[in-house]
Write a new protein. Structure first.
Length: 358
């Protein structure tokens, strides 16, 4: 298999899309998969208005087709619905090439938060985008139900994982001098992440925020008493997680939330709203507290056993995530460039190719 992954999300962005693609590329090598990436690094780009970290590529289906023989993909996965994803989709349709897509980001909600665009219009466009492929990967059961209710078809499950060697409980005080308890939030500082819901809470101890983004100045002005550490990676990020007493996840729009797994792997209980992502990862596990009252959830999380959090994280491996990802791709490739096949027939149509990754 020579897999082309098309993504508009890439470095220097730090998010779940980038992390997931990196992990799938690494895992593919052990499965005998050769991966080729098309990212903003391959094209001239312009910054997205109001969010300069995101680069919009100047690319068309014709430009992708001009590279096709050199790329020589046997399989194609489109990770995002931006300019690169749209161009590769167009190239696949022209060549009759089967492809999969994935639904990572709630663009309708994000766009509606920034511009007067009805969510129904955006969802209609997204349905059309994904309907051209042979399968659309979603990360959780609740997201699958939601998108199915909105008319999306051909949905395939693809969970996420966590590096439990890096993200682990550790000794030492990562926040010397800060009053306890430490309530931590990690993620992109953008309006859709709903960080103001966390920062406006009346909580004891200290609030710590890890991450950066276009909303940082506004959030720091909103909560001058909070501690903003900027973006952290690797061991520094793992120590920040492990040094917290509770992890607060205020997002209402994330489709999964890999940061939830990272916090749990470090033994830190989660507080969140009962929405897609937290409902699937935390649910009734006892590794976190879900409540429409985020303050109540944050205080309840303090009393939860940290060992239970670590045990729950150990259930999520990147190896299992990769198995699902490549099995989905094999299924879609076996089906060919068709979406009208009933879901009950998909496994039969896939045959032996899917079993290679079971």
């Amino acid at each position: 298999m020579r897999l082309l992954i098309a993504t508009d999300a890439w470095h220097p962005q730090v998010n779940g899309v980038v992390r997931s693609i990196e992990r799938m590329t690494e895992a593919g090598r052990t499965l005998g998969v050769e991966t080729v990436l098309l990212t903003p690094a391959d094209f001239a780009c312009v910054p997205m208005p109001g969010y300069s970290e995101i680069r919009l590529s100047l690319v068309t289906a014709g430009r992708v087709l001009a590279r096709w023989d050199r790329l020589a993909p046997t399989h194609v996965h489109i990770a995002t619905e931006g300019p690169i994803g749209h161009a590769v989709r167009g190239a696949c349709l022209r060549r009759g090439q089967a492809f999969t897509t994935s639904y990572h980001t709630r663009f309708p909600e994000y766009l509606a938060a920034r511009a007067p665009v009805p969510e129904a219009w955006s969802y209609a466009w997204l349905r059309r985008f994904h309907a051209a492929g042979s399968g659309t990967m979603v990360s959780t059961p609740s997201l699958e139900r939601e998108l199915s209710a909105r008319g999306f078809a051909g949905l395939m499950r693809w969970t996420r994982g966590v590096d439990t060697d890096l993200f682990r409980p550790c000794d030492g005080d990562a926040f010397p001098g800060l009053p306890r308890p430490i309530f931590l939030s990690v993620g992109r500082l953008a309006v859709e992440k709903n960080l103001s819901a966390f920062l406006s809470l009346d909580l004891p101890g200290s609030k710590v925020v890890v991450g950066d983004g276009p909303d940082r100045a506004r959030l720091q002005a909103l909560a001058p008493e909070a501690h903003f550490l900027g973006a952290l990676t690797g061991e520094a990020l793992a120590r920040a997680y492990a040094g917290a007493d509770a992890f607060v996840f205020p997002s209402l729009t994330d489709t999964f939330g890999i940061v939830l797994l990272e916090a749990l792997a470090c033994g830190v209980p989660v507080a969140a709203f009962p929405v897609t992502g937290p409902l699937d990862v935390i649910g009734e596990t006892g590794a976190g507290a879900l409540d429409h009252d985020l303050r109540a959830a944050a205080l309840a999380a303090l009393g939860l056993p940290r060992a239970r959090c670590r045990d729950e994280a150990l259930r999520y491996t990147w190896a299992e995530s990769a198995r699902q990802f490549y099995e989905n791709i094999a299924l879609a490739h076996a089906l060919g460039p068709m979406r009208a096949i009933p879901r009950r027939l998909r496994s039969d149509a896939a045959g032996d190719e899917a079993k290679r990754f079971a």
